[in-house]
Design a protein around this ligand. Structure first.
Ligand code: B3K
Ligand code: ZN
Length: 896
């Protein structure tokens, strides 16, 4: 597994079509954990569109070669080598049969064929298929597959693969077989098989054209009571894609399988989606409202890939955002439609706010560091390192901008043309852009820069009101500010930025908008097409000086700089008709205050909170016209990670002090309001997984979390303790436990300890809940007497901890290193030393998971000097010992 040689850089510019094509693949598996034999028969021919190649080159990794025949006769000119196998002297078209052996039981990378809880699973994207058989493992080689699975019937009663079941039956010696056929051509990364002791929830539905479809959710037997929500989410996804995009399920059968050991969220294998249990299993006792929402989103995401990814796939991995950005956009729209339909803007906005918060906190940070890359990267060493926030989330924003420019109908026209042109093909981001441009009669050449330029654009706004002429001028200028070196090299010129804007009058109402040269006003929100480095838009008939509401609904993934006063922000928070910008105003107000306080905290100066912030928060808190879900989002302060990144030098300790100070001040100043909210938003009776009920729980639990900040925690210990005991759902129970842990810092902590013990006993048999138990402890506040690193180190030896299980590793190690900044960045460097040890340990087991963890230190250059030096030594320690290409790429880029 070790790649000791200098890693090869793969470049987009070097793309060449494959010299050979594979039309059909017949796979036969004899499934045995330690020694699975795979027989692979391919129909191969030369690619008429490629230059002649002397050899047929197939990729292979961790395979034991057994035999090769060409057109039925043993072939002598087959050479195996470090990266696979070459066949010399091949005819123009031939049938090649290769037999090889792999070892799923020992496969801790969870890429290729592996064993989890004694069952077999596969994960092939991006380059896992070559760990199963020798193949031309690249997405522009599309074939139809038939798959025969043979295994011991008692140990592996269920045998699944892509497509439709052709045949099944018994074999001698207690074995049995199943044969599957996928009628659609697909790239190898979409291959899947599952074998084991699984049970299913099954449902038959009719698709839009009246065809019957069999839907199944497969899980381990004890989890059958947690499958209903995933099934409902699947049915809703099928309906939604028919209604919104006219896209129908193309197979007779669609299966989802849950697995407890999985590197990421889920995988869109054709007709056989494989999911991390975290994104399938839910019932009210074990899953939070957030879990329910995430399951709906991920089930939707993988289902939507059936068209955006599978029917039309990527030509090469540089085009990854073609399927991922587009499919994230589709899942975001699905969730928004499920929450608020097409018209409830406030309900849709809560989803939008959550998505933008993730983008800003994670993607903007990525764009500011050594891993910065365009939505369509130019090069990579390990493709698995490029399943990034940029490719996914910024990619989704890029797709959203087409819809913002052309409207829902124009976007749909573009999608229709895209499928008409490219169904069954492996294509590029340019092909997608051309379809959108052609369907809408537009030239989108400039828009291409969104795919090729890295870094977060900054839009600086200045305004001028001419009271005599009743004109209002808005001048926008764009650039990238002080971009990271990795981003700077890619920046060539101005972007086409759809900049949505409104103007608000003194009474709080939107003004009708008429641009100079127009005969009449058109609406109250305008999407300005901002294409120059600097551009001025002049509005006429503006008698009084308005307040601008900028970048409504976050119409482009940019940073907006405009000098609002605190009063103006409070006004926007109270009046903006755009719910996203109402939230945004509150965040700007809080961010500014918090950064000022953090700067003071860094010098040890005393802290004081401006009344304007308390008053603005009080108004939102008590405004019963606002939905509880919106209020919860508006009252949540920006995260410590986000705030630290906004400082000239990141100082996590100072940010923590400032944010804690503000939380406590808001808790104290508004104590009675929080208590009233806590009472008013109870949800008695049976648990309901609706957005409304979830909004009440969210606001109520936010109140509890603020109350837990009070210097005297007696009240909250009583409330949270009672809530913990009485809870009939995981949202309330985990929120109560979290509040008890927070309050423990100011009390003796016995109640928290008792609840932690109870929680463990109660859910000992529920791995996903035990993950929460680890995560809650890893992200807790801690104290000087009891730093969280000590707790985390102790938990590493807990019998339930297992480094090989990615969910468990994430719940303890990643939670601490990425979600507890004040403790992780402890001055003594203990967090970094722990991080280095864990990256090195994971590197030997599972490079993909290790590489994710490795990224926790990539912004080290932006921290205060003392931390910076300690981070550098930790990175150097990892760089000296790393074995995998995955981790090496990350730490070498970080050390640069
Ligand atoms: N396409 C997969 C991700 C595969 C990651 C490989 N390292 C899941 C998804 O985006 O739907
Ligand atoms: Zn995806």
């Amino acid at each position: 597994m070790a790649d000791t040689a200098t890693p090869t850089v793969i470049r987009r510019a070097d793309y060449a079509p494959p010299a050979f094509l594979i039309d059909t693949v017949a796979l036969e598996f004899d499934l045995v954990p330690e020694r699975t034999v795979v027989r692979n028969t391919m129909r191969v021919r030369r690619n008429p569109d490629a230059s002649h190649a002397a050899h047929f080159e197939l990729m292979g990794e961790q395979l034991e070669f057994v035999s090769a025949t060409i057109d039925g006769t043993p072939h002598s000119a087959v050479r195996t080598h470090a990266h696979g196998l070459s066949v010399d002297n091949v005819p123009d078209a031939f049938e090649l049969t290769l037999v090889s052996v792999c070892n799923p039981a020992e496969n801790t990378t969870l890429s290729g064929l592996y064993v989890s809880s004694d069952n077999f699973f596969t994960q092939c994207e991006a380059e896992g298929f070559r760990r199963i058989t020798y193949f031309l493992d690249r997405p522009d080689v599309m074939a139809t597959y038939t798959v025969t699975l043979r295994a011991d019937k008692a140990a592996y009663p269920v045998l699944l693969s892509n497509g439709n079941l052709l045949d099944e039956g018994d074999l001698p010696d207690g074995r049995h077989f199943a044969r599957w056929e996928d009628p659609f051509r697909k790239p190898s990364y979409l291959f899947a098989l599952v074998a084991g002791k699984l049970v299913k929830l099954e449902e038959r539905v009719r698709s839009g054209s009246g065809k019957e479809k069999l839907l199944q959710v497969w899980v381990e037997p004890h989890d059958l009571d947690k499958t209903r929500h995933a099934m409902d989410s699947l049915i809703n996804s099928i309906r939604w894609d028919e209604e919104r995009f006219g896209l129908e399920l193309d197979l007779d059968r669609f299966m989802i399988v849950a697995v407890g050991d999985f590197n990421m969220g889920a995988m869109e294998n054709k007709g056989l989606n494989i999911f991390n249990t975290k994104y399938v299993l839910a019932n009210p006792e074990t899953a939070t409202d957030t879990d329910f929402a995430n399951i709906e989103a991920v089930v939707g995401h993988e289902y939507f890939h059936n068209w955006t990814g599978n029917r039309v796939t990527c030509r090469d991995w540089f085009q990854l955002s073609l399927k991922e950005g587009l499919t994230v956009f589709r899942d975001q729209e699905f969730s928004a439609d499920m929450a608020g339909g097409a018209t409830d803007e406030a309900a849709r906005a809560t989803k939008r706010i959550e998505d933008v918060r993730v983008l800003r906190q994670m993607q903007f940070a990525e764009d500011a560091g050594p891993m910065a890359h365009p939505v369509r990267p130019e090069s990579y060493v390990e493709i698995n390192n490029f399943y990034t926030m940029t490719v996914y989330e910024k990619g989704s924003e890029v797709v959203r901008m087409y819809q913002t420019l052309f409207g829902r109908d124009g976007f749909r026209r573009g999608m229709d043309l895209y499928f008409k042109r490219h169904d069954g093909q492996a294509v590029t981001c340019d092909d997608f852009r051309h379809a959108l441009a052609d369907a809408n009669g537009r030239d989108l050449a400039q828009f291409e820069r969104w795919y090729s330029q890295a870094g977060t654009p900054r839009v600086t706004v200045s305004t001028h009101h001419d009271a005599a002429q009743h004109r209002y001028r808005v001048t926008l200028s764009q650039g990238y500010g002080d971009a990271a070196p990795a981003a700077r090299d890619t920046q060539k010129g101005p972007l086409l930025i759809p900049f949505a804007l409104g103007l608000i009058g003194a009474n709080g109402a939107d003004l009708p908008l008429r641009l100079e040269g127009e005969t009449a006003a058109q609406g109250t929100t305008r999407v300005l097409e901002f294409t120059q480095t600097e551009q001025t838009f002049t509005f006429v008939d503006v008698a009084e000086k308005p307040l601008p509401s900028l970048l409504r609904n976050f119409s482009a993934p940019v940073i907006v700089e405009y000098d609002y006063s605190a009063e103006e922000l409070a006004f926007l928070l109270a009046h903006d008709s755009d719910p996203f910008n109402r939230w945004e105003a509150g965040q700007r107000l809080a961010t500014r205050e918090l950064l000022g306080l953090a700067a003071r905290a860094a010098t040890g100066a005393s802290l004081q909170l401006d009344d304007s912030v308390v008053n603005a928060f009080a108004r939102v808190l008590t405004d019963e016209t606002l939905s509880p879900a919106f209020r919860e989002l508006a009252l949540m302060l920006p995260s410590e990670t986000y705030l630290a990144e906004q400082m000239p030098e990141s100082n996590p300790a100072a940010v923590h002090t400032a944010r804690q100070f503000v939380r406590r001040r808001l808790a104290e100043a508004l104590k009675n309001d929080w208590l009233a909210i806590y009472e008013r938003h109870q949800t008695p009776g049976d648990y309901e997984a609706t957005p409304e009920a979830g909004g009440h729980r969210a606001l109520k639990n936010l109140a509890l979390a603020y109350l837990a900040e009070l210097a005297d925690p007696a009240d909250v210990v009583r409330l949270a303790g009672a809530q913990y005991d009485a809870a009939n759902n995981m949202t309330d129970r985990s929120a109560a436990l979290s509040a008890l842990l927070t309050a423990a810092a100011a009390s003796d902590g016995r109640r928290a300890q008792a609840a932690l013990e109870d929680f463990y006993r109660r859910f000992e048999k529920e791995p996903l809940v035990i993950d929460k138990w680890f995560a809650l402890q890893a992200t807790q506040r801690g104290s000087a007497q009891r730093p969280v690193i000590d707790i985390v180190r102790a938990l590493m030896s807990h019998p339930a901890f297992n480094l090989k299980n990615p969910n468990r590793a994430r719940s303890l190690i990643f939670s601490f290193c990425a979600a507890n900044p004040a403790q992780f960045h402890a001055e003594d460097g203990s967090g970094y030393a722990f991080w280095a040890d864990q990256v090195i340990a994971l590197d030997a087991l599972n490079p993909q998971v290790a590489a994710r963890l490795a990224r926790s230190l990539e912004l080290w250059r932006r921290f205060t000097p003392a931390l910076r030096e300690k981070m550098r030594s930790a990175l150097e320690k990892v760089a000296a010992q790393v074995k995998s290409r995955d981790v090496r790429e990350i730490v070498e880029k970080a050390l640069g």
